[in-house]
Design a protein around this ligand. Structure first.
Ligand SMILES: NC(=O)c1ccc[n+]([C@@H]2O[C@H](COP(=O)([O-])OP(=O)(O)OC[C@H]3O[C@@H](n4cnc5c(N)ncnc54)[C@H](O)[C@@H]3O)[C@@H](O)[C@H]2O)c1
Length: 448
């Protein structure tokens, strides 16, 4: 089949490359000239493990191409996937649909043959109706149908997630559209994957509901981590105990500095806004947003506490800037409010991230970007781990301690064993464990 992908970012590029890998003829479109030029010359503009090799092999096989010209991508295409961004609107936090609607308008003008138009972007309920209205109002001389096919991949493991998804959701009640999309997915690679056929609106909603639920799971475990610190528990044991319940599952139960990234913050906000427009209040989701927002700034206060209440003039080393490991994505990363607050409190910030420093450089000022963890820690009064990169888990703690001015390790990802860091002479603060972070109230309360 011939497939056009419009928007060649984290989702579009992965989806296009994987569809090509499955044997389809794919053209990825983007209106960012630099991105297309880079892709055409074999340079991948994002960091995603395994993507570069897969792009190269599919380009070499003649199945994958890149262009700025929508008409070129649409010529002869069976399906066009819209994979542009849906960030929060600056004015009110609703999902900003201007990129999706611009693409719908452009498709209406440029499409020349029968086409199934697929919303892969995460979009509010009713977007498919609006895309359909746009296509119809422009009166293009072609048959079309609009489908919602939300994407569930996670950055860092995006290729695996795309090729081996938990489910494929096809939101359409149109038999022709369903059969075209089923063929796009219905090749060998997807044969054991459950396919859920729903209405378009259900498909749109379930993507937001899914992200809201995952954000809630993270926020829940973060609050239980706070309780662990107060009562003297270990959040990793508690999370394991909860997660072994098959009704709950262990994933998304790692306590940390609060969720970030390109999806959860904007999607929790968007679903709560949509709900209110329909006169429904999602109290749990609104609480999740609030708790997570407070947590991000509270992380800086923990650093302050660990530094005896003041960081003015001190040097703080940040290990990890991306919102999670194995990506260069800085969107809504918890490192952003942390670094900002530390600078507000008068700290000098040194930082290292294996992949996200180029993107971080566009956000931060006065941060000294370093060559590796030891370089960042050099002369530091405290080291703070923010992203769970494997190279930070594997860091040589003795070597790290040697280059620091004072041996204070604040671990927002629970990367280390308490015994190991204490053996290496660190004062150690972590999340949800009775380290140095809080006075142990459990004994005094028990005695009363
Ligand atoms: N990133 C994720 O992990 C993830 C996972 C699932 C779903 N999603 C959803 O997928 C959508 C895309 O997310 P992303 O992270 O890939 O965004 P992104 O910002 O990385 O990519 C969007 C791309 O679209 C391009 N673009 C914008 N307008 C265009 C136009 N008119 N024509 C052609 N190209 C255009 C941009 O230049 C950019 O390259 C969002 O709705 C997001 O919520 C993202």
């Amino acid at each position: 089949m011939k497939v056009a992908i419009i928007g060649s970012g984290y989702v579009g590029l992965v989806a296009g490359t994987c569809f090509a890998e499955l044997g389809h003829q794919v053209v990825c479109v983007d209106n960012d000239e630099r991105k297309v030029t880079a892709l055409k010359s074999g340079v991948i503009p994002i960091y995603e493990p395994g993507l570069e090799d897969l792009v190269k092999s599919n380009v070499a096989a003649g199945r994958l191409d890149f262009t700025e010209e929508l008409a070129f991508a649409l010529a002869g295409a069976d399906a066009a996937f819209i994979a542009v961004g849906t960030p929060p609107r600056v004015t009110d936090g609703h999902a900003d649909m201007k990129y999706v609607y611009a693409v719908a308008n452009a498709i209406a003008e440029k499409a020349s043959g029968d086409l199934v138009v697929v919303d892969k972007s995460t979009v509010p309920v009713g977007t498919g109706d609006e895309v359909e209205r746009i296509l119809r109002s422009k009166g293009g001389n072609f048959r079309f149908s609009v489908v919602s096919n939300p994407e569930f991949l996670r950055e860092g493991v995006a290729i695996d997630d795309f090729l081996k998804p938990d489910r494929i959701v096809i939101g359409s009640e149109d038999e022709w559209a369903k059969s075209v999309i089923s063929k796009v997915y219905g090749v060998d690679g997807f044969k054991d994957v459950p396919v859920l056929h729903t209405s378009r609106r259900s498909a749109e909603l379930l993507k937001y509901a899914s992200n809201a639920f995952l954000a809630m799971k993270i926020t829940f475990i973060n609050e239980i981590a706070d309780l662990c610190e107060a009562v003297g528990g270990d959040i990793r044991d508690v999370a394991n105990g909860i997660g072994l319940d098959s009704r709950i599952g262990r994933k998304f139960l790692n306590a940390g500095p609060g969720y970030g990234g390109s999806c959860f913050p904007k999607d929790t906000l968007a679903i709560s806004k949509t709900a209110r427009d329909y006169r429904v209040q999602l109290r749990t989701v609104e609480a999740v947003i609030q708790v997570n927002e407070n947590r991000k700034r509270a992380m800086a206060l923990r650093v302050l506490d660990a530094c005896n209440g003041a960081v003015r003039g001190k040097t703080i080393a940040i290990l990890g800037l991306a919102f999670k490991a194995d990506t260069d994505d800085m969107r809504d990363s918890p490192s952003i409010p942390l670094v900002q607050a530390l600078q507000d409190f008068g700290a000098h910030v040194r930082a290292y991230d294996p992949q996200a420093m180029a993107n971080a450089g566009k956000i931060f000022t006065d941060v000294k970007f370093c060559a590796d963890a030891y370089d960042a820690a050099s002369g530091a009064d405290a080291v703070v781990t923010v992203t769970e990169w494997t190279e930070f888990k594997d860091v040589n703690l003795k070597k790290l301690r040697k280059v620091m001015r004072s041996p204070l390790l604040i671990d927002f990802r629970n990367l280390y064993s308490i015994d190991d860091v204490r053996k290496d002479g660190f004062e150690y603060w972590s999340i949800g464990r009775q380290t140095d972070s809080r006075p142990d109230l459990s004994q005094s309360l028990a005695a009363e």
